[in-house]
Design a protein around this ligand. Structure first.
Ligand code: ZN
Length: 145
């Protein structure tokens, strides 16, 4: 039987503001670990002063770093989820950023993305454990069925 989708109830919605200078990914992971959020959805808006985004190359099954973004950018959208990896809360987030021309760049959020301003919403969910495990077909750490 297909184990997906699983059903969850909303336990709590956490709304927060990140400080200027914070590392976006580390900050989100810390919030989830402190609050013991084991399953959830993340969305955010704001701005970054620089960013490191990744792209997963399917042929090589490796993440590649996109050219580093060294200027301030708007966060048009940040969307992702929280689940468990190695027993600890783990945030997986994708970002869509725009420059002063409205030109966009997007990718998988990596450490080294620094907040200028950020408002985030983490919707904590109640339900079955959502754990990541290595998937041989894709090379990714996907939710275990
Ligand atoms: Zn990703």
């Amino acid at each position: 039987m297909n184990p997906w989708p699983r059903q969850y109830d909303v336990r709590k919605v956490h709304m927060g503001r990140a400080s200027e200078g914070a590392d976006l990914l580390n900050m989100l992971n810390e919030v989830c670990r402190e609050r013991e959020i084991r399953a959830g959805a993340v969305s955010l808006v704001g701005a970054v002063s620089c960013a490191v985004l990744m792209y997963y190359r399917q042929e090589t099954k490796r993440y590649e770093t996109l050219p580093e973004i060294t200027q301030g950018m708007e966060i048009i959208a940040g969307t992702g989820n929280v689940s468990l990896k190695d027993g600890a809360p783990f945030v997986h987030l994708h970002l869509l950023l725009a420059d002063e021309q409205g030109q966009t760049v997007a990718g998988h959020l990596a450490e080294g993305t620094i907040v200028f301003a950020c408002e985030y919403t983490i919707t904590e969910l109640d339900g079955p454990a959502l754990e990541r495990a290595h998937d041989g077909d894709t090379g990714l750490y996907l939710w275990r069925g």
